[in-house]
Design a binder for this molecule. Sequence first.
Ligand code: ATP
Ligand code: MG
Length: 555
Amino acid sequence: MTEKKKSNNFLSHIIKADLEQNRVKNNTVITRFPPEPNGYLHIGHTKSICLNFGLAEEFGGQCHLRFDDTNPDTEEEEYIKAIQEDVKWLGFDWGKNLFFASDYFEQLYKWALELIEKNLAYVDEQSIEEIRANRGSLKDPGKNSPFRNRSVEENLTLFEKMKSGGFEEGEAVLRAKIDMKSPNMNFRDPILYRVRKSEHPRTGDKWVIYPMYDFAHGQEDAIENVTHSICTLEFEDHRPLYEWFIENLSVPSKPRQYEFARLNLDYTVMSKRKLLELVKENHVDGWDDPRMPTIRGMKRRGYPASAIREFCSRIGVTRKNSIIALSTLESCIRENLDETANRVMAVLDPIKVVITNLNDSEILEGSINPKNPDLGKRKIPFSNTIYIERSDFMETPPPKYHRLSPGGEVRLRYAYVLRCDEVIKDEKGEVIELRCQYFPETKGGKKPSDGRKIKGIVHWVDGKDHIKANVHLYDRLFSVENPLGNKDEDYRNFLNKNSLVTINDGLIEKSFLDMKSESPFQFERLGYFVLDSKTSNDDQFVFNRTITLKDNWAK
Ligand code: ATP
Ligand code: MG
């Protein structure tokens, strides 16, 4: 990591005080990022990643990557691999601290036995529906299960039966024996273990009982000596239970849980279940579709990892839920690319221009990146046939139009002033060619000899010496701020129908070949574009638009 900024949020204050008052075991701050491998990581996860890895780094500690693989129904090896790649790509390193909840199944099982032996857990054979109904509500207390007062011996026997496959899914669960009348619903005899007979990606069919999140998470933290276990606010009500397990079990350390507000972004959805739906129903081209809010999607879109980290640092960490504007993320991308992207010209909707008073061709020069003059100049071929953008010409322009029109003048970027003398149309009346004159004395930004002012400047690409590329113009995936905000309408109805426009045979300045890289380029006046890592190759270049130069969505 290069940014050595100190964070200034309530969590860093807590950690600082804990260290000062010697409350941290071995003086080593340990945090963790605990993804469930049931999907790819998204921008919401990056907030948690930046926070957990960032705090560990800031206080000289360590951050663990721990897979919370306690649900064999939805978890896959594919996700385990991808999550590691994505965290690395974001710029973080867990070193040798890679862990799996499934590595602790044996220990967690022993702790379940410990609770049973202390008469703090029992096997419940009510159906899932009965358990739910007897849990009560915020207004009504719950009802004790008829199985609640089983003897320790009977519970040990029945839990062993659960473990050895003697119960089918839903026939029995292990529950903590706490308080069915507690005002905190999480204390009403929470389920600790359930039967699941599907294959686990790492432990295969070794286990048929799996621990619930609440029973697993804190104990996993304790095993790893995690000092600050940071999760999102929905888990605030689970904290007393987290502490109850830590107090009642012979765990090796006493981690503490802290909560922060999750990231919500407008114009997108973030739940993995919904993202999976978009993939499965082919609304997008996979988890790495450049419109997806996934780390892979953003990577393929050309978002630099450092810009995403900057976004996470800018939005800060609080305990107040809010919705962040997607434009905040987009400004971070723009600011970053303005500094880092090399420039070329490209014409995506070309109109041919023939320069009638020019015979030779020549090589002009342009800055590779005006923000970084050390990079020097690029070589731009120029000849008597060029292309400009169709939208930079108007046959009957409104007043104060500064681009090209019949009889009008415009400056070609890095080249000369041009005057349009003649408009050629096809039989349908569509403009197919402009005949123009150039003014040799105006090379490289000089004024015409009579000193007249040229207000407009347009980009162009040489007619002979260029490369062709297909270009994906990506835009926001949803056309409304809150796709989930309308209870009566499915969020998929709010997908932005223009979120992808494909252009074939866009023309790109030849110098791109000299500078070719995986980083985004600025196509001057058009936006930032990156080679598509999935489909582009040397026979057919494909570019993804990372972002427009200006915010087209601003109200
Ligand atoms: P989703 O709701 O998208 O399925 P999840 O919370 O179930 O996400 P996990 O794999 O359990 O996904 O998340 C791993 C970690 O990332 C958790 O610690 C969780 O708190 C954090 N996290 C997930 N979504 C967000 C978010 N939107 N903002 C901040 N942190 C998040
Ligand atoms: Mg989760």
